[in-house]
Design a protein around this ligand. Structure first.
Ligand code: GRF
Length: 209
């Protein structure tokens, strides 16, 4: 099976990007990170990509007249890398419909909550404030709405009485990395099937995690 070509979009420190990169390098994932893109020119993830020898690009949305114009430029930058899979890893922008439709079933995102609860920003703070006792992370295919799209895998973590947004974020982050790698690994082995709003192939009995 041919190795998949993975492009990562990230806005910040890039720990999920790093987990995916490491998994590709150590053979866990049948794919290679071929390009990293950021909407923030100072993002730490760009320095990480440089240290991996992976091409990295940044484009500031402020320089574009609309989201559509920005996404079109982004598409032009990404297409030459022929991605099989785009991984949003702490990418703090919504992908417009054209971008999503250019890669149907081929854009993944990680969200630090058990979707469909706590969509949007500050998901961990939302969880603490709501007083839930179980939080977690979700890897899902990207749809055109906010943090929607078919769910690939989720991991739950407990919420403790004295948790803050920071302590809960840290506990969830520890689970984000293996969850994202699990989803990317399954994709790169052609194991995921999207049927309606459901993804099959990763959580079936005997599928193995
Ligand atoms: C993660 O918590 C991710 O779930 C959220 O943003 C954070 C990014 O962290 N969307 P990192 O840049 O991958 O370290």
């Amino acid at each position: 099976m041919a190795r998949k070509r993975i492009v990562v979009f990230a806005s910040g420190r890039g720990s999920n990007a790093e987990a995916i990169y490491e998994a590709s390098r150590n053979g866990t994932v049948n794919g290679d990170v071929v390009m990293v893109f950021s909407d923030r020119s100072q993002a730490a993830v760009l320095r990480k990509a440089a240290s991996w020898g992976v091409p990295a690009f940044a484009a500031d949305p402020g320089g574009f007249s609309s989201r559509k114009a920005y996404d079109e430029a982004l598409l032009r930058a990404v297409l030459p890398y022929r991605p099989d899979l785009i991984c949003l890893a702490g990418y703090m922008r919504i992908c417009g419909a054209e971008l999503v439709q250019a890669f149907p079933g081929r854009i993944m995102n990680i969200h630090p909550a058990l979707l469909p609860s706590f969509r949007g920003l500050h998901a961990q703070r939302q969880a603490v404030e709501a007083g839930v006792k179980v939080a977690g992370c979700t890897v899902h295919f990207v749809g055109t709405g906010l943090d929607d799209g078919p769910i690939i895998t989720q991991t739950a973590v407990p919420v403790f009485d004295d948790d803050t947004e920071e302590s809960l974020s840290e506990r969830i982050l520890q689970e984000e990395h293996p969850a994202y790698v699990r989803a990317v690994k399954a994709f790169c082995e052609d194991r995921l099937r999207i049927e309606g709003h459901c993804v099959h192939g990763l959580h079936g009995k005997g599928a193995g995690l």
